[in-house]
Design a protein around this ligand. Structure first.
Ligand code: HEC
Length: 144
């Protein structure tokens, strides 16, 4: 009888040890409802059209300094950090991520120096899904 009890204790300890190590990760409390995926965002960015609207790549090069209709987005994530701190910035973004999102859904909230308002397509906020916007933002966050 003693031996059975001993085996039970060992089994119980093993189960606890294994259960504790792996398994379910607890999700952080404030996870945004949609998680952006940079690879998907890159593919979307490079499409010539997005759901009937002109594609980002038709106006934005990813080569440093190469201006098409809009500014090159090479290094945009680094630049944006300075823009939101500058006195000229009148948009609502408090972080680079928010700035990039705002640039898509409300392009005139801040117009990049040297460019005119209303040049960028204005209806992405309506045309694109929350997931697509999150993916594009995740991609642009990698452009440092
Ligand atoms: C018809 C041309 C055009 C298209 C299409 C376009 N943009 Fe723009 N974009 C511009 C212009 C012009 C500016 C600069 C003026 C301004 O800030 O609105 C700009 C500015 C931006 C900025 C701010 C850049 C900076 O240096 O701060 C981001 C980010 C951006 N666009 C992302 C996108 C994304 C993502 C797409 C695709 C979903 C897109 N744009 C599609 C013309 C375009």
């Amino acid at each position: 009888m003693k031996r059975v009890f001993f085996i039970l204790v060992v089994v119980a300890l093993l189960v606890t040890a294994c259960g504790g190590g792996g398994g379910e990760k607890t999700a952080p409390a404030e996870q945004p409802s949609v998680q952006g995926d940079a690879a998907r965002g890159e593919a979307l960015f490079k499409q010539n059209t997005i759901g009937g609207a002109p594609g980002c790549i038709t106006c934005h090069s990813l080569e440093p300094g190469k201006t098409l209709v809009g500014p090159s987005l090479a290094g945009v994530a680094t630049r944006a950090a300075d823009v939101i701190k500058s006195p000229d910035y009148k948009g609502k973004a408090k972080s680079v991520e928010e700035y990039l999102r705002e640039s898509i859904v409300d392009p005139n909230a801040y117009v990049v120096k040297g460019f005119s308002p209303n040049l960028m397509y204005q209806n992405y906020g309506k045309d694109l899904s929350a997931q697509e916007i999150a993916d594009l933002v995740a991609f642009m966050m990698t452009l440092k």
